[in-house]
Design a protein around this ligand. Structure first.
Ligand code: 5GP
Ligand code: ZN
Length: 116
């Protein structure tokens, strides 16, 4: 997907502060952090959202969680705690239509969420 920013980051065509990458996923700092630690984990493959993921992506989705866990440890928020978020579709607040997992931590993350 030429026009997809996360595809371009994964391909090395757009800059990002990359923390981790392997054959399946890439992880980088969010450009507009909402918490002291705000990272994104995205598959290299263009999957629009969780709605477009299927049984063939089961291992990939599990891998994204384990990479998130590893990064939380690496960034020093594993003990204090963190929130993983996958915004999906319009009501979910998704703005980039390339599947990604947010890792938020380094402060108490509000929950329940406030109405918009
Ligand atoms: P969504 O709202 O789709 O769940 O999250 C998209 C996230 O991507 C937002 O937190 C936004 O700040 C981040 N983002 C958007 N464009 C870029 C970019 O070009 N680079 C990086 N690193 N993050 C981005
Ligand atoms: Zn993409």
């Amino acid at each position: 997907m030429d026009s997809c920013i996360f595809c371009n980051i994964a391909a090395g065509l757009s800059p990002a502060r990359i923390l981790y990458q392997d054959a399946q996923v890439i992880a980088f700092h969010d450009i507009r952090p909402l918490a002291p630690v705000h990272l994104l984990v995205a598959p290299r493959q263009h999957i629009e959202s969780l709605n477009q993921a299927g049984p063939q992506d089961e291992a990939l989705l599990g891998h994204m969680l384990l990479v998130a866990r590893q990064l939380a440890q690496q960034e020093g928020i594993a003990q204090s705690g963190y929130r993983l978020v996958i915004n999906t579709g319009s009501d979910g607040g998704q703005t980039i239509f390339h599947l990604h997992l947010h890792i938020l931590g380094g402060k108490r993350i509000a929950y329940p969420l406030r109405d918009l």
